[in-house]
Design a protein around this ligand. Structure first.
Ligand code: SF4
Ligand code: SF4
Length: 453
């Protein structure tokens, strides 16, 4: 029996407990549902731990508030599905964050109303009490022009109600060709350097979504103040879990070590993989719980990232106060993992990967779909039962039950947004920073649904 098969056996054994009502409850759990995990709220007056970055002259709280999945009035978080953001809820989260030492707030023009709502919330506080990070998200169709890039930056300042940005990122850079077409050939990067010299941008960096091979050339372009990468324990050795990846190998480990070797502070996105590492299977959760009874799956994931000394800020896209409070509690009196614990998390990563999940982070960059498909929504439904859907042991009662639970969830979605509505137009394909082969997965989901009917 191979190591992978042993791990899979462990996982399936653990999952025998996860079938039936508890599974359905977990899959349907609204984002606002309180976590049943054992964690204590940070005391009033306490602050999260911080790190000082001498070259930049900044002291930053280890946890940053990612503003891509802010709470919406219809419940839940995120953008791309037309929901309005809940200003009052965001105000309360920003107030709590600042009171507890969180001083890094990350948004982008591509996050729908996020800049406006975040700007409204932050402008109620002294400008010196927070650092704002936003991006040049000139990723849409057509040729990105200098004027459009300038306009995007000026609109960000207006939306955020500030006259300078602390951290400005070239958004979602995958390789030199992408950088050239979006920032170099049109003169936009030179213009951004002028803005930096004028004090309108304090620190300049980029968010990276390419392969290991693409990073060095981008790093060599400029004396970057920081670089933002995807880093979590599941992606440490290799991202995307093997299927659906359209580009070369990417591993958080390589990206992190390369940047640290160059003396560049690392800003981390997707430490819990769009929430996937906060709601792991019962089998994976029980393995972690046995080792760390006091840590939730999300706490394990965030502690893994925070334990790396080259990490400047760990960004977590939070959708409600409960998530914020738990995350603040993790980084207050932060207890890093030692090497043994870090190694343990990599064995947990193997267990998680053996579930065959589609590595969607629910970022919604692929949305809207011209045919109306809710792409991240369908992937979430698939992932809720992925282990059973890839299982060859179809005769097992737990596998059969999970497959039927998947079918029920799938059919509970509005017909117009199901995978069945996909017309295979490929519009979404180049937009996914995770390089997921979206149309082929939609076809796969359609086939599975047809086979289960
Ligand atoms: S390939 Fe399918 S999911 Fe993607 S944009 Fe086209 S219709 Fe939507
Ligand atoms: S499929 Fe890709 S682009 Fe779409 S939500 Fe998931 S990770 Fe984001």
């Amino acid at each position: 029996m191979t190591r992978r098969e042993v791990l899979r056996g462990m996982l399936l054994a653990g999952m025998g407990l996860a079938v039936g009502a508890p599974f359905l409850h977990s899959a349907n759990k609204p984002d606002s549902a309180p976590s049943p995990a054992p964690w204590k709220e940070a005391p009033d007056g306490s602050k999260i731990d911080s790190r000082t970055w001498d070259k930049m002259g900044e002291t930053l709280g280890m946890l940053g508030l990612g503003c891509m999945r802010l709470p919406s009035v219809s419940g839940g978080g995120g953008f791309g599905r037309g929901g309005r953001l809940d200003q009052e809820a965001v105000n309360a989260m920003v107030d709590y964050a600042i009171a507890h030492g969180v001083n890094y707030f990350d948004t982008a023009p591509a996050y729908g109303e996020s800049e406006v709502v975040t700007g409204n919330a932050l402008s109620r506080h002294p400008r010196g009490s927070y650092k704002i990070a936003t991006k040049i998200s000139n990723m849409g169709g057509g040729r990105p022009t200098l004027d459009a890039g300038k306009q995007m930056f000026e609109t960000s300042l207006k939306n955020l109600q500030v006259d300078y940005v602390d951290f400005l990122l070239l958004h979602n850079i995958q390789n030199i060709a992408g950088y050239n077409s979006r920032f170099k050939d049109n003169g936009l990067f030179d213009w951004l350097l002028e803005q930096k010299a004028a004090g309108r941008i304090k620190h300049l960096g980029f968010s990276f979504h390419g392969s290991n091979d693409d990073l060095p050339a981008l790093v060599d372009l400029y004396d970057w103040d920081f670089v933002q990468i995807q880093l979590n324990y599941v992606d440490w050795k290799e991202m995307s879990g093997g299927w659906g990846s359209g580009s070369g190998t990417t591993s958080s480990e390589f990206l992190y070590n390369y940047l640290v070797g160059k003396g560049i502070p690392v800003l981390v996105m997707e430490p819990v993989k769009g929430g996937a590492l906060a709601s792991v299977s019962d089998g994976v959760a029980s393995v972690m719980r046995e080792r760390h009874p006091d840590l939730t799956p999300a706490a394990n994931a965030l502690t893994f990232v925070g334990s790396l000394p080259g990490v400047m800020v760990t960004l977590s896209g939070m959708s409600n106060m409960e998530q914020l409070k738990e995350n603040v509690s993790i980084f207050t009196g932060f207890k890093p993992f030692d090497q043994k614990e870090m190694d343990f998390m990599l064995t947990v990563a193997d267990l998680h990967k053996s579930r065959g999940q589609i590595p969607c982070t629910a970022c919604s960059y692929c949305m809207p779909c011209p045919a109306g498909v809710d792409i991240p929504g369908n992937f979430k439904v698939y992932n809720s039962a992925s282990d059973a859907l890839i299982s060859t042991e179809t005769g097992r009662s737990d596998v059969a039950a999970k497959r039927q639970a998947f079918l029920k969830l799938y059919n509970e979605q509005d017909k117009a947004i199901r995978a069945d509505a996909c017309i295979g137009c490929n519009t979404c394909l180049p937009k996914c920073p995770q390089h997921i082969s979206i149309p082929s997965h939609m076809q796969r989901i359609k086939d599975i649904v047809a086979s289960l009917k």
